[in-house]
Write a protein of this length. Structure first.
Length: 124
């Protein structure tokens, strides 16, 4: 019988936890965890999921799509049908958009301010 586990947190390494938490807070509307500080910041997600950001000395951003520095983690967000609107807002918030876009019209790949790749996909 498999162990019954519930995902409770996802934590991303980064050079500036508060800055990355602010980016994702503005992008998602999630609430800043009250114990956030300069070493670890978090956002309270649905069903108790915490999205965390921890300071790492000598952080090296992923170099997606090549694997010189592997992506290590890939997050996807559903944004409804307005990929253009989502893209405009994410770029305004400081996201990057790599030239390589492997998903056609179904999804778009971006990088957060610390270099982590993530996707926005059509759907609810």
């Amino acid at each position: 019988m498999p162990l019954q586990m519930k995902l409770s947190a996802i934590t991303l390494d980064c050079p500036d936890p508060m800055a990355l938490a602010e980016f994702y807070q503005q992008a998602t509307g999630l609430e800043l965890h009250p114990k956030s500080d300069d070493e670890f910041a978090g956002l309270n997600g649905e069903d108790g999921l915490l999205v965390g950001f921890q300071r790492v000395a000598d952080y090296r951003a992923p170099s997606w799509p090549d694997q010189i520095v592997p992506q290590q983690l890939h997050i996807c967000f559903k944004v409804g049908d307005d990929l253009d609107g989502a893209e405009a807002r994410l770029l305004e918030l400081g996201a990057g958009k790599p030239e390589h876009q492997p998903h056609g019209t179904k999804a778009r790949v971006f990088t957060d301010p610390a270099g982590h790749p993530f996707c926005v996909v059509r759907g609810r």
